[in-house]
Design a protein around this ligand. Sequence first.
Ligand code: NAD
Length: 352
Amino acid sequence: MQPFVYNALPMRVIFGSGTLSQVGPEIQRLGCGKALVLTTPAQAKEGEMLRADLGSLAVGLYSNATMHTPTDITEEALELAQRLGADCVVALGGGSTIGLGKAIALRTDLPQIVIPTSYAGSEATTVIGQTENGQKTTQKTPKVLPEAIIYDVDLTLTLPAQMTITSGINAIAHAVEALYSAEANPITDMLAEQGIARVANALKILSKDPHNIEARSDALFGAWACGSCLGAVGMALHHKLCHTLGGTFNLPHAETHTVVLPHTIAYNAPFSTVAMTKAARSLSAGSAAQGVYDLAKNLGAPYSLKQLGMKEADLERAADVAMKSPYPNPAPLDRERLLSLLRDAYEGKRPA
Ligand code: NAD
């Protein structure tokens, strides 16, 4: 057996249907009683309902969480939290809302209860990305790890059809990179293989039957497994590229992961054959790169950077940014090969 190091993150997870009713007891378990509920504008109605259900345990709602966690939004939410005397935050939503909760915790140490409604996986990591003056920077600190995660499958029934697929593939990306991570270990391997299989199978069902509760449950459980991998090991070229494309060119998060993943797998596969055999098996595909590409394309997700509005003229710059302070990666980084990866992703070519 290979020797390994495994760092488990402390994590309290409540998973099920109807678990939103557990938010109040969780606020009390933390010794709190003045929660500020956080959502994006799109989920403000759900936030308002939660706030009403919580009664005197909630002091307000901030419903302007924004993708890539801009610091001016954090300052605005923080000002409200302080004015209302909030003693904890309850983030209800996808990675953007959870990011805002983390940004508040980073500055105040307020406890967080998070209720993830997409498959992005931020709730299971100590990573916080923030954007200031158009520059996105990330840091890792246990200060941002939520005190409780409440997964309520019912809340994922409204996840829009395309976002279901792209967010699911965002989850798969965490697991794929965990399999070939420099810190890969038998525990994250198990989580990754199970996470990929659950999410991939569920997406096939959900693309036809978005209200299938069993498949929604599998997708959410798989997303937790994949997110736990992201929290436990370091990521590689794929996350670096998506970070570059999202931060520098303002491309949408889940869609960018979906388009780029088959191409980073193809780039790394010759240097991670055992890991990518496991990924292919979990995808029930002959090759992991083609398996992810076919899954996305067949289910109607975007499959080229061109479709996401990337400009061909920006590919060279993207390659330059991605070459700077690279993450550890199985295949050596070579600018020309990276540019060719980006060109293939731009055109939406099926990997060989
Ligand atoms: P998102 O949170 O921006 O969600 C996209 C839209 O879908 C939002 O309007 C949201 O309100 C809506 N939505 C989410 N769930 C819904 C549901 N069940 N029903 C109806 N609408 C719903 O997008 P995302 O992809 O979940 O998160 C992306 C952000 O998360 C990025 O900023 C990314 O950097 C961050 N992220 C961070 C980490 C980390 O570890 N720090 C990990 C993954 C993602």
